[in-house]
Design a protein around this ligand. Structure first.
Ligand SMILES: [Zn+2]
Length: 90
């Protein structure tokens, strides 16, 4: 059967089994080398209040969180775009 991608949509080369991560959107299990990793910044302060405080020169700490999405959720959320074969190989 022909392969759509040489890597099978995975990264990391010849490894065999990869450890699993949980998708932050659907809660499904996705292999680490196949999951899409994103860094999300969140603030405990409401964004309207934060904007006001920032204009007054206050420093608002924000928390960094790493989230993993499965391929279908990353596409659904617009984090990853579907690209044509020609575009993928460039
Ligand atoms: Zn998902």
């Amino acid at each position: 059967m022909p392969k759509k991608r040489k890597s099978g949509g995975r990264s990391g080369g010849k490894r065999g089994r990869a450890s699993a991560k949980t998708c932050a959107s659907c809660g499904g299990t996705v292999a680490t080398d196949k999951a899409k990793k994103y860094t999300v910044f969140s603030s405990a302060v409401d964004y309207r209040l934060a904007k006001e405080l920032r204009s007054e020169g206050a420093h608002i700490p924000r928390q960094q969180k790493i989230v993993y999405y499965c391929v279908s959720c990353a596409i659904h959320k617009g984090r990853t775009n579907i690209r044509a074969k020609k575009e993928r190989h460039d």
